[in-house]
Design a protein around this ligand. Structure first.
Ligand SMILES: Cc1ncc(COP(=O)(O)O)c(C=O)c1O
Length: 484
């Protein structure tokens, strides 16, 4: 006899199926791919994966004319994830674990503490699974983020400030953690975020790199917000222990490199803290970039379009086609440039700048691979582009964009990299973690355990158990498979 909860349960994938959707029953996989055209069809839960319909990771290798380095800059692109960003993955994983562990009832409201994309993911998952949701986020984020959350039926609680004021979001959410009618998907502190990225993003990064250059990963670059994505670094280091993991942050909010806590414009990253789920042991360098360069970089990609950008970097655009959401070549095709225009957002430019600078800093060359991430696409930023135009206060013409391009994609300084590999630096980062998290009901004992890689490996090793619990719930609820 099914419980009340099970009767209304909406099934979704296990971690292993997200990492490798070919493991889904073929009818489910096919039905989910078809459902992608109807974004509110719950079968889209099975499209939470980095892999395309051919079970290949979605990525592009940027043309060298653009990057100015001979190393391969591989960008995993997340814009094809349901809801338009890979942040839907940790939102789903956190919810799926809570359901499988019997912590959810149908009258609960799902809470998403966020600066936007995780909130969009929370509202989306809640909608597909038939729950109410509330996203708690700062008031100063892009208008498009709020619109999307409302479109998915999410309510909003806005806290003062912008990206770097996430601690106010955490404070606002504390009361909900103790409310039995609420389920908080705490991305900054709960391990499903770590598990999702170490497993699925890690495997996607390895699979993408295996098709490019020497097949290895020399460096992985990720600008942390919750620091979920950078957990892919643990999977990468397991396979390539010499890989270098670089966290990028805004110079204006240089928390990881020097304890800085200013406001900045790179939405989604740089949250003025070391998040609880950041395994700082895996992070080798912190690179600081100017926040406005990332906004200007996106402007260039968008306003110049394929031909203009091609002209700027001296590339002759050829007619090569990208297979859907995938470009395994460094071709300067018009289609590739059009794709960047659509599928890169501000933090994508930040990550790409970081990847290019990392290639220079590490002296990488022909055959070497640097992997990074495009977390969301342009759809969230038209209002930010208009804001940039107003701030510049004069027409942004080609010569200004050419000047910006030079500054953003060609110049770099080794002084912008801070080496955080030493025990002293790790201790500094641990102390910063304590400064924040002892205020949020975590004990010193728990935080101390995080100082050992064994803690992270044990958390990661829980995936088969979680997957078993998710699969059992699917069976018990009689909802599996959702299509025959
Ligand atoms: C646009 C954008 N980029 C990057 C990130 C950082 O990803 P993570 O939270 O996994 O560190 C986020 C997180 O919300 C984001 O929204």
């Amino acid at each position: 006899m099914s419980s009340d909860y099970e009767l209304k349960y909406t099934p979704g994938p296990t971690y292993e199926e997200m990492a490798n959707p070919a493991k889904l029953p073929p009818a489910v996989r096919q039905a989910a791919l078809k459902a992608a055209a109807q974004e509110l069809d719950p079968l889209n839960l099975f499209n939470i994966t980095w892999l395309n319909e051919k079970n290949e990771p979605r990525y592009v290798v940027l043309p060298r004319e653009l990057t100015g380095t001979r190393a391969n800059i591989i960008v995993l692109t997340a814009c094809a994830f349901p809801s338009g960003s890979h942040k839907v993955g940790p939102a789903y994983a956190t919810m799926a674990e809570a359901e499988a562990l019997g912590k959810v009832t149908h009258d609960m409201t799902i809470i998403g503490p966020s600066t936007g994309n995780f909130g969009i993911g929370t509202a989306y998952i809640a909608r597909l699974k038939g729950f109410k949701s509330i996203v708690v986020m700062p008031e100063g984020m892009s208008a498009e983020r709020y619109e999307r959350i409302r479109k998915y039926g999410g309510d909003l609680i806005l806290t003062p400030g912008s990206e770097s004021d996430v601690i106010l979001v955490l404070e606002r959410v504390v009361e909900f953690k103790h409310d039995p009618t609420k389920l908080v998907l705490g991305q900054f502190e709960l391990m499903p975020n770590y598990r999702f990225h170490r497993h699925t993003t890690g495997q996607a990064a390895l699979a993408a790199a295996s098709r490019v250059g020497n097949g290895k990963i020399a460096a992985f670059v990720s600008a942390p917000g919750s620091a979920g994505t950078i957990a892919a670094g643990d999977a990468i280091k397991e396979k390539f222990p010499d890989a270098t993991i670089v966290a990028v942050e805004p110079k204006e909010c240089s928390t990881l490199s020097s304890g800085g806590r200013g406001t900045h414009r790179i939405e989604g990253i740089g949250d003025k803290m070391v998040t609880l789920i950041h395994n700082v042991l895996n992070t080798d360098y912190v690179l600081a970039v100017h926040d406005d360069h990332t906004v200007q970089g996106l402007y260039i990609f968008h306003e110049l379009g394929a031909e203009g950008l091609g002209d700027l970097v001296g590339a002759r655009l050829d007619g090569n086609r990208l297979s859907e959401y995938l470009c395994a070549t460094c071709a300067c095709s018009k289609e590739a440039f059009d794709f960047y225009r659509k599928c890169f957002g501000i933090s994508s430019i930040c990550n790409i700048m970081g990847a290019i600078r990392t290639a220079h800093f590490l002296g990488l060359g022909e055959g070497d691979n640097v992997v990074t991430i495009a977390t969301d696409g342009f759809d969230r930023y038209p209002s930010v582009m208009r804001d940039l135009e107003q701030r510049v206060g004069r027409p942004i013409d080609r010569s200004l964009m050419a000047q910006w391009f030079e500054e953003i994609f060609r110049r770099w300084s080794p002084a912008d990299f801070v080496d955080v590999r030493s025990p002293e630096e790790k201790e500094r980062l641990f102390r910063m973690k304590e400064e924040t998290w002892l205020n949020f009901e975590y004990t010193k004992d728990y935080l101390d355990k995080m100082k050992s890689q064994a803690f992270w490996d044990e958390e990661y090793a829980l995936i088969p158990k979680m997957d078993e619990a998710i699969a059992e719930l699917r069976e018990r609820s009689g909802t599996w498979p959702p299509v025959k």
